[in-house]
Design a protein around this ligand. Structure first.
Ligand SMILES: [Zn+2]
Length: 133
């Protein structure tokens, strides 16, 4: 029986699924399992889309990650220091802990966003894949 295909690109980015069919997983393990945090499937298990189209493909994801992290850190410290009146050391201490915890999630989200920018959703392929599985 064919299951309904999720057409939302945003949902696919956050669920870290294949940009082409929105069904296969990009990564081999769940984000917060913290095992094999950087391992991706070489190809989509459902539609065979290549997740490594060229060497150094995810170089651009590094810039996305840098932008996310930069603004997040700025806002985080400003909120705790000026908003809640914490000391600078305490604000940065908590920031380090939060960044360490979220590192894998930010890394994966950046890669997911990057491949979704480059590869477009294909509704026909998604429907075909969903019928086969
Ligand atoms: Zn796919």
């Amino acid at each position: 029986m064919a299951k309904k295909v999720n057409k939302s690109v945003a949902a696919s980015i956050f669920n870290m699924t294949c940009p082409k069919c929105h069904q296969g997983d990009l990564f081999t393990t769940p984000t917060f399992s913290f095992s094999k945090p950087f391992d991706m499937h070489p190809k989509c298990e459902k539609c065979n889309e290549d997740f490594m189209p060229e060497p150094g493909f995810y170089y651009g994801a590094m810039f996305l990650s840098y932008i996310f992290t930069g603004f997040f850190c700025l806002g985080f410290v400003m909120f705790f220091h000026w908003g809640l009146g914490w000391s600078t050391s305490a604000s940065f201490g908590l920031l380090l802990a939060v960044c360490a915890l979220l590192f894998v999630a930010v890394f994966r989200l950046s890669r997911s966003l990057w491949i979704h920018i480059v590869v477009r959703f294909d509704p026909d392929k998604a429907a075909r894949v969903s019928k086969e599985n």
